[in-house]
Every structure is written in C-alpha cells, then in structure tokens.
Design a protein around this ligand. Structure first.
Ligand SMILES: [Zn+2]
Length: 695
C-alpha cells in the first residue's frame, strides 16, 4: 500500500493523452504508443521491490509453458475440425495468445493487482488512479455509455483541462484506447486495478439511478385502483412497462452488489427497497407507495403465484439471468398493515463451493470434525440461526465426502448447489415434507444422507433411526449453540437416549463481518473492549478496524468469516444427555473436554484483527453467552457499556423459516441460558420477515 504514497509520487509520471480530432492522427498516436521503448515489467517490479529475480524466471518459464499448452489446444481443435495443422495456410490461426508476465505472476500469487497497477504506471509513465479513494464524477460517467465502458473495462473518472480522464487496467489495450478516444474526443490515461475498475463500473452505472424515469412513467400512467385487475394482466405481457423495468433494475443491482436478500417493504409513506449485503441491511431505493401493489404483482407473475391473493402469505421462486449469470430467487410474500411485503433470497448457482479447509475452522476442530464425518454411521448437525452459514458448512462437508463407491443422497429445500455424483432431491414447493422424502430415500440404500434441515419430531426421529442403522446423516437445526441442539430435540419429544446414541457431533456456528482489507487501521480500544477480549481470548490483540473506504462502501467491513464450536459426543457427554443434564452442565463438561466456544473463537478472531468486538456482540456474544463463560453480574456491566440489547439476539429471531413452536423453544432457552440477564421479549419478534442468505 506504501506504493501509492512513496514510489508513485517520486516517479511523478506525466500525462498520456490521445485525441481523435483526426482518425489518421489517432492511429499514428496509437502506433507511437505501442512502439515506445519501455523497461520490461519484470525489471520495474524488481526495482520497486515487489518481486525477486527468481520470480521473473519462474514467470517466464510458466509463460512459455502456458503458451505451448495453448498452442497444443489450438492444434487439437483444428484436428478435431478435420483441418491439417501442418498446412502452411493454418500457421496464422495456430499462433496462441501469449499470457502477459503480469497475469502469470498474479496467478502465481506473487503479485497482487494494486502492485501490478503501480508497476504498470511506472513502466508506461501513466499516472495511477487510487480507486479506493477516488471515485468517478457523474458528468464523466454520462459521457461514456455503459456498454462501451464495460466491454473495454474502462472507467471514466473526471473531466479535467478539456480532457476525460479514463482508467484502464491494461495500458497496452489499444482497442480500448481507440474506442474510448473515438467516442469522447480527448482522453488522458490513468491506470488502476482491474477489479477496482469493475467495482466502480457496477456502482457508477447503478441501474437503480436510472429507475427514476420509469417511476415517473408509472406515476403518469397510474389509474385509480379499480383498474387494478387490468393492470395486473398487462404486467404479464409488457416487458417495457415501467414497473417491469423497475423490478428488473432492483434485481440486477442486487446481484451486482452481492446482496443475499432483497426486501420490498411497504411503509406508511413509501415502498422501501433494501438489500442485505454481508449480513447488514442497506437502503437501495424508495418507490412511491402506490407502486407497491404493482411491484408485488410483477414479482408474483414471475414466481407463478396467485396475484389476486393478497391476504395470505405465499412462497415461490423464479430464475433469471443477470450479467450472464443464472440466479435463482426464492420469494416470500406476507401481508402487513401497509400492504404485502416481499423478500427475495438470491441463490447464485455459479457461486463456487467453499472447501472444508477454507471454512476457517481452527486445526483442532478440523481434526475432530474430519474424524466424525468419516465414520460410516452416526449424525453430524450444524446449528445456528438463518444466515450463519450452515448450508455452506454442510456443502463443504458433502463435497469432502464425495466418493464414487458410496450412494450419497440429499433432500433439500431448495437445492442451492448441484454436485456431480450425488443424488439431490428438492422438496421446495412440492408439498413433500422432509420426513416423506427421507422415508423414500431410505428405501434406496443410501450410505450418506443430507437432510437440509430438521424442523419437526417426525424428521428428527427418522433421521436418528437412520444414523443408528448404518447410515451417516448430515443435517442442520435452528439452535443458539451446539449444546442447545440436545434440548431442541428433547423439546420436540425425542427421548434423551435416542439423541445420545444417534448424534456424533454438533457444530455451532455464526458468520462475522470481516474487517475491510482496504481500510483497516489500528486504533485504541475502549476499556470495555480490552476487558472483554481479555476475558475470552489468550492471544495478544492486534486492534484494527476498518475506517471505511470505497471498497467497503464506507462500512469498514467486507466479506465474512465463520466462527465454530464443535460438541463431540463422547461417552461422558452421552451419559449427561441420558441423565437429562442442563445446558449449563453439558457445556461445562464439553469445555473441560476441550471444546472451545464460539465466543472464545470469535474473540480470537478479534485479537487477530479479522473482525471487531462490535460485530462479535452483534452476532455471537448474546446468543451463546451463559453463566459459565461470564458471571451474570459482569455481563450486566459489559452490557451497560456496549450496545448489546435487542439487536444482538435478532439473528435468531429474524427467521421466517422457523415455526411458532421452535421460536418459543429457542426463546425459552435464551432466557434460561443467561439467567434472564438479557431482556428477550416478544416485542422484537417479527421485526423483520426474513433472515439472510446462508452463504
Ligand atoms: Zn474499506
């Protein structure tokens, strides 16, 4: 990061301009640009101290290797098409594209984008644009159409001295330079990191900012509600209808901003559209109140729901393609006092699967976890509220267990990721329950079974019987922590001995927001922060916090990190379960036997500078806080200094999938766990219709 401050300043590169006043002149300028003598990128990188001499040699070797592979692929493709690769007329077509040294070094992990941009800036004498600080002026953005900017990955930054400053990641991309210069007239080049340019493009061309025209058009064409049915019919056919445009834009922007959920909420004054990004809600756009019913109808049409039904909750789903990616949406609509509220949950099918080692469990937990899941029978559960990453853990485990010699079957609501070699059964919208599906699956001789979620006694019972009769069962359950799973089952009516003998282990987990790497800086903690950290973590803390930058939209957080606790069902734990021991007793023994709690793990992450005390309080602290970890008196003291309160437990309560019974159970446990230290009340229930995507 020091590169920007020191080296780039010392270099003071001049300005590199192109003008399209004359086409021939532009061609001359570009030719001159291409043929200019410059130091090699490798030399510049070494001079800047970014890489070692060995790295360049390695990169050159890889470059040669990749070029040769690309050539072979071209030859093979030509042969497959029945052409003779030795034919001289083919020689031109068989010249492979040589990967750039910079690309090879980046793939190798030796070089990061920002360092590459700094080196290219020096190599080409083009000024660097630090896009974590600078953002494009709206007037500049207006000069360049979105398609042009996206096609060439060029960001219009600002207009200065009669010239448009444009940022590119590749100063050698002459086609991009030609296209942009031809379009706007005079440009001055700047260099930036490619992913930062792309991110700014997504924001600069925010499709929601252009929604205003459609909202106005809607207002102009708005008829009084007796026309409603006719309007509903029109929605099904007219892709240009303002409301269709607005819904499309809301969806597109949600995908581009990595939202996990979209909430369309009618309020007293308007219709508020909010996105959940990295677990936190953020305002996206406000629509006029009378647009609400039309937006809901449009979403119902897309999800094939009943548009006339406005008094009952409805669930559905639909799929669309956004920026070329297929995205599935799960739709939930519920009536509220101001009209129907819609929540869309995004399921990105192209999202890559996280592997078990990448989940972020500590090594000790990974060892025990692996031992449990490689057993031929038994049961492993993931517990936590919606949005705690249970599905991600289950999928990572399933991926690890994939084995062609085994019959692996899943039953899910919905299927979020498709695995090769695994039979997956969706129960979404089919009227089939998990219990029905599970019975069916058990008749098909499975080795390993994944049950998406256990919600009722019947499913729990069948799953446990399966675990006891030579099958390995993976599932998830809503419970505040690992130990709480035991009592969730007994509350459902399952006998303690069955729970004790069927379960092999329970993972309790949460997702915390990760400090933004672009703006994390050290700070002096408050006395209470230091005290809390000392209480839970033995590590020497590095106090860092995101200050807020362009990368994280000013929040200080970007991406997430998981915290886990693993309750292993040892003989002692089994005896305690059979003896109907309390949550407190089981947990105390589990800790004695080596379990690290989510709180301890979370504060370790704070100590490592990965997240903040604030975020731990928001996601983990209250939910699992109990008297053996912190005496009630001290907890009260901490509470008065730090805002815990209702927000901290909302994770558990904001769940649409939880039925009334389970909500009551969990709430009961919360109160018992904390000896009533934290006020939990029905007033916080239903504050939000849904949780977030489990990713
Ligand atoms: Zn940041």
């Amino acid at each position: 990061m020091a590169l920007f401050g020191k080296k780039a300043d010392k270099q003071k590169p001049g300005s590199v301009n192109f003008d399209s006043s004359d086409e021939a002149a532009l061609t001359d300028q570009i030719d001159a640009w291409v043929s200019t003598n410059r130091p090699r990128l490798g030399e510049v990188l070494m001079e800047l101290g970014i890489i070692e001499p060995g790295d360049v040699e390695e990169a050159l070797r890889l470059q040669a290797e990749e070029t040769e592979e690309a050539r072979k692929a071209l030859v093979a493709a030509a042969e497959a098409e029945g052409q003779d690769p030795l034919d001289p007329s083919m020689s031109q077509a068989l010249v492979p594209v040589k990967p750039r040294v910079g690309e090879v070094l980046m793939r190798d992990g030796v070089l990061d984008e920002v360092s590459l941009a700094a080196a290219l800036s020096r190599q080409f004498g083009v000024p660097l644009a630090d896009l974590r600080v600078e953002s494009p002026d709206p007037e500049a953005v207006q000069l360049v159409p979105e398609e042009l900017a996206r096609e060439h990955v060029i960001l219009p930054l600002k207009f200065e001295n009669d010239r448009l400053q444009v940022v590119t990641a590749d100063p050698f991309d002459v086609e991009a330079i030609r296209a942009i210069t031809y379009h706007v007239g005079k440009v001055a080049l700047r260099i930036g990191a490619r992913s930062e340019i792309e991110r700014h493009l997504d924001r600069a061309y925010n499709v929601l900012s252009a929604a205003d025209d459609h909202i106005r058009a809607f207002e102009l064409s708005y008829d009084e509600p007796n026309q409603e049915n006719r309007a509903d019919n029109a929605l099904q056919f007219d892709e240009n209808a303002p409301v269709v445009q607005v819904v499309n834009r809301v969806i597109t922007q949600a995908v581009r901003q990595r939202a996990s959920d979209v909430h369309v909420e009618p309020t007293e004054d308007d219709v508020t559209v909010r996105y959940r990004i990295d677990g936190a809600m953020t305002d996206a756009i406000h629509l006029p109140q009378r647009m609400g019913p039309a937006v809901t109808s449009r979403i119902k049409v897309m999800s094939e729901l009943n548009i006339v039904e406005r008094r009952r909750p409805q669930d559905g789903q639909f799929g669309v393609s956004v920026d070329g990616r297929p995205i599935d949406f799960r739709v939930s609509i519920v009536p509220t006092v101001h009209g129907e509220k819609t929540v869309l949950r995004l399921l990105d099918k192209t999202k890559s699967l996280i592997s078990l080692p990448d989940l972020g469990m500590n090594e000790e937990v990974v060892d025990k976890f692996t031992k449990i899941v490689s057993s031929p029978l038994g049961m492993l559960l993931c517990t936590g509220p919606t949005g705690s990453g249970k599905t991600t853990t289950l999928y990572a485990t399933l991926n690890e267990l994939r084995d062609p010699t085994k019959n692996i079957v899943t039953i899910e609501d919905p299927v979020e990721y498709q695995f090769a070699g695994i039979t997956q059964m969706p129960v979404t919208g089919s009227g089939i329950t998990f219990a029905d599906g599970l019975r069916g699956i058990l008749r098909q001789d499975p080795d390993t079974i994944l049950v998406g979620e256990i919600r009722d006694e019947e499913t729990a019972r069948i799953a446990m019987q399966a675990a006891l009769t030579g099958h390995f069962v993976l599932s998830s359950l809503h419970a505040v922590d690992a130990v709480a799973a035991v009592h969730r089952f007994t509350d459902m009516g399952i006998e303690p001995f069955l729970v004790a003998s069927a379960l092999s282990g329970v993972v309790g987990q949460r997702l915390l927001r990760r400090n933004c790497t672009g703006c994390a800086e050290s700070y002096t903690p408050s006395a209470s922060e230091s005290r809390m950290l000392e209480r839970y973590s033995n590590l020497t803390p590095v106090w860092t916090k995101g200050a807020g930058c362009e990368l994280c939209s000013g929040t200080g957080y970007r991406g997430r990190v998981g915290v886990y606790e693993l309750l292993v069902f040892t003989d002692t734990i089994r005896d305690l379960v059979v003896a109907k021991a309390t949550h407190h007793e089981i947990k105390a023994v589990a800790i004695e036997e080596g379990m690290r709690t989510m709180q301890q793990e979370a504060f370790d992450l704070v100590a490592k500078g990965l997240t903040t005390v604030d975020d731990v309080l928001r996601s983990v602290y209250a939910a699992g806080m109990d008297s053996d970890a912190a005496p009630v008196g001290e907890l009260e003291q901490g509470k008065s200094e730090l805002p815990v309160g209702k927000r901290a437990i909302s994770g558990l309560q904001e769940d649409s999938e939880m039925d009334d019974d389970s909500l009551r159970d969990s709430r009961g446990e919360l109160v018992v766990d904390r000896g009533g230290a934290i006020p939990t009340g029905p007033s916080t229930v239903g504050a939000s219709a849904s949780g977030e995507g489990e990713s």
